[in-house]
Design a protein around this ligand. Structure first.
Ligand code: ASP
Length: 311
């Protein structure tokens, strides 16, 4: 089974000043995740590695570089899902965790639950010895400036999934050589969200879903819209009834636009190895690797390719 990874760095109106860094960031993440698969690693390890790389990259709204809520605080959400078992783990509203995706994985593997939130999630992180950082160290100068400029949530959402407002949730899907799929999604949410707001990203079937019998999806975009249409599962339902991954993604995003006026994007891989990166926002940075060929893009219909060399 040829291994595949597809990653995204968030669907929104990415301004030109962030375009190059966003594309560079998804390329690095896809290559990193693919190296795991190439060595015979699991889809789960590959999506975690890819998302951790983007959580470390402050151009993206996940981990370091996260957006701020109305109180000027960071609250992070993440999910990871294993298509082999349908096991998933998620965290929401966590503060001083640089890699929420790894905490989500620990919830999946070390607890009897699927999601921990806020203080409980932080207590759990402490109990397993996960390293924490001062929350302020996750906030960039860019985010402080943008937060000061755009203090109105609703106008921002209208403009940006729709405009330059919320940004850069990250996600990855992968298929490994053994035929297992996995997904992971991590975000700081939407700028100026209410304290305690949880978006689609950590909710199973919405921000992500993975099932070895069908495929895996990671979503991005206006969270409240994605939740209304359970976007990740909707895409997989269309694949289940025979649509190609590209048609299934396009049809589901089109439906979200028509039915609830929401825009967004998704990366998808089927258990047969078909993949797609699709969006209805102005831009989405994405990258994929299969057979050592890296594909990537930012604007609609923009697909660039490079052959990767490995030692
Ligand atoms: N879906 C995320 C949320 O609503 C935001 C994004 O994808 O940029 O929290």
């Amino acid at each position: 089974m040829p291994a595949v990874i597809v990653v995204h760095g968030g669907a929104w109106a990415i301004p030109d000043e962030l375009a190059e860094a966003s594309v560079a960031g998804v390329k690095v993440a896809a290559r990193g995740g693919y190296s795991v698969l190439r060595r015979g690693g699991s889809a789960l390890d590959a999506v975690e590695a890819a998302v951790r790389s983007m959580e470390d990259n402050s151009v993206f709204n996940a981990g370091h570089g996260a957006t701020l809520n109305t109180d000027g605080e960071v609250e992070l959400d993440a999910i990871i899902m294993d298509g082999r078992t349908l096991g998933s783990g998620a965290v929401s509203c966590v503060k001083n965790i640089p890699h929420p995706v790894s905490l989500a994985r620990a919830v999946m593997e070390k607890t009897s639950h699927t999601m921990l939130t806020d203080k409980g999630a932080n207590l759990f992180a402490e109990s397993i010895g996960m390293s924490t950082v001062p929350t302020d160290s996750l906030v960039t100068e860019y985010e402080w400036r943008e937060w000061e400029k755009h203090k109105h949530y609703v106008t921002g959402v209208m403009e940006d999934f729709n405009s330059q407002w919320a940004h850069d949730t990250v996600g990855a899907v992968a298929l490994d050589h053994a035929g297992n799929v996995a997904c992971a999604t991590s975000t700081g949410g939407i700028r100026n969200k209410m304290v305690g707001r949880v978006g689609d990203s950590p909710v199973v079937g919405c921000g992500g879903f993975a099932d070895n019998c069908i495929g895996a999806v990671s979503c991005t975009g206006h969270g409240e819209s994605i939740l209304k249409v359970t976007l990740a599962r909707l895409i997989l339902s269309h694949i289940e009834r025979g649509l190609s991954v590209a048609d299934a993604s396009q049809m589901s995003l089109w439906f979200m636009g028509e039915r609830v006026l929401g825009a967004g994007g998704a990366v998808v891989v089927s258990s047969a190895g078909q993949w797609a990166a699709t969006f209805t926002t102005e831009r989405m940075a994405w990258a994929s690797v299969e057979n050592d060929v890296l594909s990537y893009g930012l604007d609609p219909k923009d697909v660039r390719k490079e052959k990767l060399l490995f030692e």
